[in-house]
Design a protein around this ligand. Sequence first.
Ligand SMILES: NC(=O)C1=CN([C@@H]2O[C@H](COP(=O)(O)OP(=O)(O)OC[C@H]3O[C@@H](n4cnc5c(N)ncnc54)[C@H](OP(=O)(O)O)[C@@H]3O)[C@@H](O)[C@H]2O)C=CC1
Ligand SMILES: Nc1nc(O)c(N)c(N[C@@H]2O[C@H](COP(=O)(O)O)[C@@H](O)[C@H]2O)n1
Length: 257
Amino acid sequence: MSPTPPKRPHTTLTFAQSLDAKIAGAEGRQLILSGEESMIMTHWMRTMHDGILIGIGTALNDDPQLNVRKLPPPNAMSYHLPRPIIIDTYLRLPPTCKLLLNYQNKVGRRPWVVCGHVAAPSTHSRLPADTAETRLLRKQALEAAGARIIEIPMTPTADGIGTRLSIPSVLQTLKELGISSVMVEGGAQIISSFMEENTADTLIITIAPTFVGASGVAYNCITEAGNLKYMGTMAIGKDSVFTFCHKDSNIFYQGHF
Ligand SMILES: NC(=O)C1=CN([C@@H]2O[C@H](COP(=O)(O)OP(=O)(O)OC[C@H]3O[C@@H](n4cnc5c(N)ncnc54)[C@H](OP(=O)(O)O)[C@@H]3O)[C@@H](O)[C@H]2O)C=CC1
Ligand SMILES: Nc1nc(O)c(N)c(N[C@@H]2O[C@H](COP(=O)(O)O)[C@@H](O)[C@H]2O)n1
């Protein structure tokens, strides 16, 4: 009998941090922590995944491209481009973001926006006047700009006070839609959620030899490794890259970069 197929994509959680475990500067200022060489490693890893997932906080703050432009010529577009996937409960993604512009200009794949299937208007603090109509307008504007909107049911939070998108539900939906591997690139809240849920099959942390200071942005660190086992450390340029994989997994990236 063949083994039961996994219910979620293979998940690689990866990000860059400072020696004092910060991933961004004060008030979320984007920092290029990775050196040139380890950034190329990140772009190689992007080619190895069906999808590349970020949270709406990162999309709004960094306006990223999530492409593979740092890879060697002759033609960076000849590499496999991962599909951008944004976790965005209330559809706050701007239709003018680079991910959508790249898709319109045929230099990026169509972004998928995973949002909450919400019957009631949002109570989001950044959308105080939100109604079903204004949400519908945002949805239509994103679709007109090329985004595929994927609505999933909201799940009660652990404290029972509110609801949010559950990471296992997001991953299961992605798997059902044909995404077999996903690279999760942040930011802080998304990293924390994936760590809390123990959903990473592979964890790759690039540590840059720099200090950001107390005002920088940190994620909620796991206090124990959960299901992850340490696999190795590589020096790449000035950075150190730490790799872990799920204790039951045979998939390990070291040696494939
Ligand atoms: N150094 C590095 O490698 C990286 C650094 N960064 C940095 O991280 C910062 C952004 O981090 P942050 O502001 O935390 O934003 P995130 O990108 O982590 O997005 C968080 C948002 O996603 C939405 N969301 C929906 N469901 C969940 C869930 N289950 N778990 C977590 N989030 C969920 C929430 O918004 P809503 O409810 O409105 O949908 C939440 O506010 C930026 O400063 C960026 O520069 C980002 C990536 C990598
Ligand atoms: N690997 C890595 N190192 C850093 O120093 C970073 N700041 C990030 N950030 C992530 O990459 C996204 C930007 O990607 P593009 O350059 O626009 O392709 C950014 O939004 C973070 O997800 N990563």
